[in-house]
Design a protein around this ligand. Structure first.
Ligand SMILES: NC(=O)c1ccc[n+]([C@@H]2O[C@H](COP(=O)([O-])OP(=O)(O)OC[C@H]3O[C@@H](n4cnc5c(N)ncnc54)[C@H](OP(=O)(O)O)[C@@H]3O)[C@@H](O)[C@H]2O)c1
Length: 264
């Protein structure tokens, strides 16, 4: 008889795509899924970051890098065409790639708005559209395919956080997209959930902390858990959402923030 952990949480033999999977939170998720026995396709623009992660995980790791820029529709079409040639089914899609910018109200340009919305909102939607046949091929009533979107507490809180208007709106919209897709797709054997992280170490958060003196210390002081998020925190959430344990959960948006927003 399998252990309760194997029965509920095993991901052995599953195939996953992690967008932006070589850096930051995406790399935390890629490492977790590889250790859990998945074959992982990861996207990104940086060949060097992908090579570094591949070297860290070792040549035996079933990790395939698809180098594409997802900010424009051509990149989405290219990655989905390449993936469709390489695998007939996709069990897990992690829409993680994202970008951030902030500026005073009068200084937000059309281009910066479009850049954030293009990558954070349009790309996940178009990727789901393009990969629907692969996700449907993987899902069954008992074991649906899984889409996990990376939202943000920035899409849940009212503050603009220094003028992150496009970012906050893109993340609020991805939470809503999660619920709408979940509503349409459970009957097609695909579950859709979102993780809304608080603060996790990454290039994105390093940028905030470099830009604003003492922000790191003041953020830490506000997080009831007293620390930033870790690979285990987001990895554990992904394992739950992607495994048998999470098969009955769809349309959820979970703040993963050490209580910053949820339990201040
Ligand atoms: N870190 C946090 O505390 C935090 C909090 C809330 C939400 N989030 C969300 O979590 C996700 C990951 O954030 P992160 O902090 O890990 O950010 P990050 O360190 O800046 O990583 C962003 C990832 O997206 C990829 N990417 C960026 N632009 C791209 C493009 N045009 N085409 C394809 N890929 C692109 C990057 O790879 P390349 O540069 O190689 O393209 C990288 O892998 C994002 O959706 C973010 O909004 C993060």
């Amino acid at each position: 008889m399998p252990s309760i952990y194997e029965e509920l949480f095993s991901l052995t033999g599953k195939t996953a795509l992690v967008t932006g999977g070589a850096k930051g939170i995406g790399a935390m998720i890629t490492r977790t899924l590889i250790r859990a026995g998945c074959t992982v396709f990861m996207t990104g623009r940086s060949q060097a970051a992908a090579e570094d992660l591949a070297a860290e995980l070792g040549s035996d790791a079933p990790l395939i890098f698809l180098q594409h820029d997802l900010s424009q529709p051509q990149g989405i079409q290219a990655v989905s065409a390449e993936l469709s040639k390489l695998c007939p089914r996709l069990d897990i899609l992690i829409n993680n790639a994202g970008t951030f910018n902030a500026a005073p109200l009068g200084d937000t340009s059309n281009d910066s708005w479009d850049q954030v919305m293009g990558l954070n909102l349009r790309a996940p939607f178009m990727l789901v559209q393009a990969l629907l046949p692969l996700l449907e091929a993987a899902g069954s009533d008992a074991e649906p395919a899984r889409i996990i979107n990376l939202g943000s507490i920035g899409g849940l809180m009212p503050q603009s956080n220094g003028g992150a208007y496009a970012y906050g709106c893109s993340k609020a919209a991805i939470h809503q997209l999660t619920r709408m897709l979940a509503s349409d797709m459970r009957s097609r054997n695909i579950n859709v959930n979102a993780i809304a992280p608080g603060y996790f170490p990454s290039d994105m958060t390093s940028g905030f902390f470099d830009a604003v003196p003492n922000l790191r210390e003041s953020m830490l002081a506000q997080i009831p858990a007293g620390r930033f998020g870790s690979a285990e925190d987001v990895g554990g959430m992904v394992i739950f959402l992607a495994s048998r344990a999470g098969a009955y959960l769809t349309g959820s948006v979970t703040a993963l923030d050490g209580g910053l927003l949820s339990a201040p």
